[in-house]
Design a protein around this ligand. Structure first.
Ligand SMILES: Cc1cc2nc3c(=O)[nH]c(=O)nc-3n(C[C@H](O)[C@H](O)[C@H](O)COP(=O)(O)OP(=O)(O)OC[C@H]3O[C@@H](n4cnc5c(N)ncnc54)[C@H](O)[C@@H]3O)c2cc1C
Length: 284
């Protein structure tokens, strides 16, 4: 197997154009598992470890631009205030070792419905910056995933970064697993409140072929949360919200859980994150 080691972003894009079958490797926490279990046998690996352009985050035109190779550990340490939902999700990923190596770009690249970065990116209205020698395009994260472990990436494209608006209100992420740590989500849910715009964003993980939003649930909160008075949640609103979130999912039965359990758990996660975020908004 060839091992390609570009040292700049331009070289990386040229290498991907020349060898479209080359498998990018960032932290390697998905790629190495696939190689070790012989699930993948690419002709070449494209190591992005030396490409410094991918390894930082910065503010750009009012948005947070997170390079594809920024680790979960750095998101937790450095972006907890700007992106509390993504930071909370990052804290649930794997173990300290996985959080040191694993990256948001790698999570997007794997495009697993269970990827923990995806729900907060959906709830926050993120875009994925994708590049090739042909140019750069930005894909809304809701359009990035095309199926389980499939995305819109063309064979010659790489993920450059993800762009997210800094939190404009409380955000929360919650996940159910079969144990407390080092666990793939049975299902997960992210909620972002945008009080100035009287809007809410949602993201569901591990309960449909791709990560998805719950648009009807978002509309319910936009219309019925007492944004101005910051009063207690109206009676029954949390239950209706939970029901709409569960209805937006399309779960399957698998080794981690049954479809009915996933729907039930999602409704619980939705009510829980609503209580957390609304409580925070009331105290702000
Ligand atoms: C023990 C263990 C526990 C884990 N726990 C969790 C968990 O709790 N939650 C969770 O979501 N995930 C978990 N994972 C999976 C994994 O850690 C994450 O998906 C992580 O985000 C992958 O990032 P990476 O940098 O290691 O990706 P890599 O393994 O390097 O790459 C992953 C995929 O993305 C592609 N890729 C990487 N960078 C780019 C790029 N710039 N452009 C295009 N394609 C790219 C690769 O080709 C590959 O297909 C776990 C893995 C292990 C081994």
């Amino acid at each position: 197997m060839d091992f390609l080691r570009p040292s700049t972003w331009t070289e990386a894009l040229e290498a991907k154009a020349e060898v479209p079958g080359a498998l990018p490797i960032a932290g390697g926490t998905d790629v190495m598992v696939d190689l070790n279990f012989d699930r993948r046998r690419p002709d070449a690996l494209l190591d992005l470890g030396r490409v410094t352009e991918l390894s930082d985050w910065a503010m750009q035109d009012g948005r947070v631009r997170i390079g594809a190779a920024v680790s979960y550990a750095r998101i937790i340490d450095e972006l907890g205030t700007r992106l509390p939902g993504l930071a909370q999700a990052s804290r649930t990923v794997g173990s300290p070792q996985i959080r040191n190596r694993g990256t948001v770009g790698g999570n997007l690249g794997s495009a697993s419905p269970a990827g923990d970065a995806h729900p907060p990116l959906l709830a926050g209205g993120a875009s994925v910056e994708v590049a090739s020698v042909r140019g750069v395009r930005r894909v809304p994260v809701g359009e990035f995933f095309t199926g389980p472990k499939r995305s819109v990436l063309a064979p010659d494209e790489l993920i450059a970064a993800v762009l997210v608006d800094p939190a404009s209100g409380p955000q929360a992420f919650s996940k159910v697993g079969t144990r407390n740590a080092l666990v793939i989500a049975v299902c997960s849910f992210a909620l972002a409140l945008h009080p100035a715009a009287r809007r809410a964003g949602t993201g569901i993980g591990s309960a449909a072929p791709t990560p998805v939003r719950a648009p009807a649930a978002e509309e319910l909160l936009a219309a019925e949360l007492p944004w101005d008075s910051r009063a207690a949640l109206p009676d029954g609103l949390a239950e209706r919200f939970g029901g709409l979130v569960a209805a937006a999912a399309a779960p399957i039965d698998d080794v981690r859980g049954t479809a009915p359990y996933r729907r039930h758990a999602l409704a619980v996660l939705a009510r829980r994150t609503l209580a957390w975020t609304w409580g925070e908004y009331q105290c702000a």
